[in-house]
Design a protein around this ligand. Structure first.
Ligand SMILES: [Zn+2]
Ligand SMILES: [Zn+2]
Length: 210
């Protein structure tokens, strides 16, 4: 049986290893991206999206909250930046900031809440993918692929944090891939981004954590 890392695509092939996946210790990590064991899925179980019929006309698909709009605009700003469209990038940034100011503040979420929300998102991705397939929307399908990767990446980090606590961050650095958003914890950035394969200079060190 082959087990695939849902974050970076690393394959754990039991036929080539001495240890079955099941027998790997609980703190075993993906050799490429350091995702925990729970980020792996057996090969056969992948792509088992249950097609669900979703009514595109239902209103909640179109109604975004100010917080969501802020996130969308800040992503668009980043996209424009990458295409050297400085003016457009600034305008999207301005919009993102505006929506952020009108976003109602919520009380602090606990790490457990965040883990739960991320898991809900992961569970919903098959539905979203099914809708983009039904509508032959290749752009949306691509976004789903990346969105799901990023969500799994975050979920894997949050779950690691829930298991290891602050020890996970002690005496080490946090790096973010500026191309795909992959978060890497280690003394130096990886040789290649395990997700999007860009070289280490594309990684930014996150400074000033409290
Ligand atoms: Zn991995
Ligand atoms: Zn990357």
């Amino acid at each position: 049986m082959r087990y695939i890392c849902q974050v970076c695509g690393y394959v754990y092939d039991e036929a080539k290893e001495n240890v079955s996946f099941e027998q790997l210790p609980d703190d075993w990590k993906c050799p490429l991206c350091k995702a925990s064991k729970d980020a792996f899925a057996p090969e056969a179980a992948q792509n088992q999206a249950q097609p669900v019929s979703v009514n595109l006309e239902s209103a909640d698909m179109k109604k975004l909250t100010p917080g969501q709009l802020s996130a969308v605009c800040s992503n668009l700003a980043r996209g424009c930046e990458k295409q050297y469209m400085a003016k457009e990038a600034d305008l999207f940034k301005e919009l993102a900031d505006y929506f952020e100011t009108i976003t109602p503040k919520v009380s602090d979420k606990t790490v457990d809440d965040v883990a739960r929300i991320l898991q809900e998102d992961i569970d919903n991705y098959p539905n979203v993918r099914a809708v983009s397939d039904q509508n032959n929307d290749r752009g949306a399908a691509r976004i789903c692929v990346w969105g799901e990767k990023v969500t799994r990446m975050l979920a894997s980090l949050v779950n690691r944090y829930l298991n290891e606590g602050e020890a996970m961050l002690a005496d080490t650095e946090i790096w973010v891939c500026t191309v795909c958003g992959f978060v890497y914890i280690g003394d130096a950035p990886p040789e290649l981004c395990p997700v999007c394969k860009v070289p280490p200079f594309k990684f930014e060190k996150i400074e000033g954590r409290a």
